[in-house]
Design a protein around this ligand. Structure first.
Ligand code: ADP
Length: 528
């Protein structure tokens, strides 16, 4: 073990020029070198690529790297070639190669020169490639952006689902999954789909202490508010995300008219224009990119000082990814989201018509977005809780870096109400989602409540003295406190946790923060 560690440092220096591993890299590299199935969850910028590139460079055989984006693969291949001064050390294998190029790639692999072979998941469905790869020594297969496997991720790609079947044809090689975004549910999905339940799991913290989170109500004055906000940054770089192309164009114009240099970026622009606008942003010819989610994957501009969401995104994972592009250099990163419940309703309407399961997932993810936007607890704590991570909102790193922590709302004792809530959940046998729990507390009927005859139970209507908004807010806060959990498998049914059971047995003080009131919102259309 010791000698490998020393060698690894030498190899790290030799190939990458670094004298130290970052975060969990060394443990991950060791896990892969020793032939273990390995699962790596690290936020963007955490240094995931090195985790598989270094083992690939030092191990016998070729490592296959599955990646969803051709442009990203090309960047990676160029970077590795630069590290080792050997062109053949890394290749991309895809359908755009000529016959001669494919022969060259195959020859390099057969000679043992190629250490990393990047492929898109579609390419791996080609029988010809699979049988070739089966005939050469392979070190391992790495699945980058592994969350694409899960319907619960923010970027599900059906072709990722078939990967396990293909890997089986490649023989018994270690499988490495890597992702920058994974809620506990997505993590579980990845391990299940890749059939690596016993993989060594390495999870880095998702906390980005230098990012400041704020949510503002979306009012009619949003445009002047954005301009005022950007002007505080005096020529620094930032990104504004909008959901529609139309909005991207509109906002770009508004900014330009107001003397802010900005370019639009969305899939409706041709590739040349997109590349030009991206370069202008990277070279700082303009300060702001106004973009749809088409912008951002693989863009590494370290000094983005703000990320504004003109429209709230469809999931908290997307939000985390998109805001994650701010402050990569460790400096200031201001993440401002505008929120109106009306926008959520529009997004919901947008989903109707999709297959039922997809709708249910979409709704559940949106509910989390609502909860985040409306919460009064530390935004950082809320986000990290969503990713399955505990955060100490008093002493944790970045504890005062959000609007709710800087300007806390008043708190009120809610011990009795928490008891009532938990009792309601228990008495109704933990079968309800939050909506039915609230209806039960208020003593209101819907068809679900009727079918379970909850209206005949003594608990029915026991919380009438408070509003539906109050109970919804309390559910969210009790959830973040860990007394209850949301069962994702059943699309959000609320279950008691052991802590909740304890609280019910020995109730103690529970200070509830009042939620924001986002009632007053603009009639601002987010959909094209
Ligand atoms: P990810 O894929 O997780 O987003 P990258 O692999 O792109 O992250 O790495 C992010 C940055 O960190 C890169 O600029 C990379 O060169 C740098 N980096 C990676 N490992 C180290 C290390 N051990 N020491 C210093 N910098 C590192």
């Amino acid at each position: 073990m010791k000698s490998i560690e020393i060698d690894l440092h030498k190899e790290l220096k030799k190939y990458f020029g670094f004298s130290q591993f970052k975060g969990l890299q060394e443990q991950v590299v060791n896990s892969i070198i020793y032939g273990n199935n390995t699962f790596v969850i690290m936020p963007t910028g955490g240094g995931k690529s090195l985790c598989y590139q270094l083992p690939a460079l030092v191990l016998e055989g070729t490592a296959i790297v599955v990646s969803p984006l051709i442009a990203l693969m090309k960047n990676q291949v160029d970077a590795i070639r630069g590290l080792s001064n050997e062109i053949g050390v890394a290749h991309v294998l895809n359908s755009s190669l000529t016959k001669t190029e494919i022969t060259q790639v195959k020859d390099d692999i057969k000679k043992g020169v190629t250490k990393l072979l990047y492929v898109a998941p579609e390419s791996l469905t080609k029988e010809e490639y699979v049988s070739f790869l089966n005939s050469v020594p392979l070190s391992f297969i790495a699945i980058d952006e592994a969350h694409c496997i899960s319907e619960w991720g923010h970027d599900f790609r059906p072709e990722y689902r078939n990967l396990r079947n293909i890997i089986r044809k490649l023989g018994d090689i270690p499988i490495i999954g890597l992702t920058a975004t994974a809620t506990p549910k997505v993590q579980e999905d990845i391990l299940k789909n890749l059939e690596i339940p016993n993989a060594n799991v390495f999870k880095a913290s998702f906390n980005r202490p230098n990012l400041y989170y704020e949510v503002r109500p979306k009012t009619k004055n949003i445009e002047s508010d954005i301009i005022k906000f950007i002007n505080q940054f005096k020529g620094k770089s930032g990104v504004i995300y909008c959901l529609s192309r139309k909005k991207v164009e509109e906002i770009t114009q508004v900014l330009q008219v107001n003397g802010i240099t900005a370019v639009p970026y969305h899939a409706g622009l041709d590739a040349k224009t997109r590349a030009k606008h991206q370069d202008m942003f990277l070279m700082e010819d303009v300060n702001v990119v106004v973009a749809t989610i088409a912008f951002g994957m693989g863009i590494d501009k370290p000094d983005v000082r703000f990320v504004i969401h003109h429209d709230i995104p469809k999931s908290l994972e997307s939000y985390y990814q998109e805001t994650g592009r701010a402050g990569r250099d460790g400096g200031e990163g201001y993440c401002l989201a505008y929120y109106a419940y009306k926008d959520i309703e529009k997004l919901e309407k947008f989903m109707t018509g999709k297959p039922l399961a997809e709708q249910e997932i979409g709704f559940a993810l949106l509910q989390e977005v609502v909860a985040y936007a409306e919460t009064s607890v530390s935004r950082r704590k809320f986000l990290l809780h969503y990713f399955g991570e505990e955060f100490d909102e008093v002493n944790g790193e970045g504890a005062d870096m959000d609007d709710n922590s800087r300007n806390p709302k008043t708190k009120k004792e809610a011990q009795d109400q928490v008891v009532l809530l938990l009792k309601t959940i228990k008495d109704t046998k933990q079968i309800y989602k939050s909506k039915e729990i609230v209806l039960t507390l208020l003593g209101k009927i819907n068809s679900i409540i009727k079918s379970y005859k909850t209206d005949t139970q003594s608990i029915f209507g026991a919380g009438k003295d408070y509003t539906d908004k109050y109970w919804m807010a309390l559910i969210r806060q009790v959830l973040v406190a860990g007394f209850i959990s949301k069962d994702i498998e059943s699309y959000g049914v609320i279950k008691m946790t052991p802590q909740g059971e304890d609280f019910l047995k020995n109730p103690s003080s529970f200070m509830m923060t009042e939620d924001h009131n986002y009632e007053e919102t603009a009639d601002d259309s987010i959909i094209v």
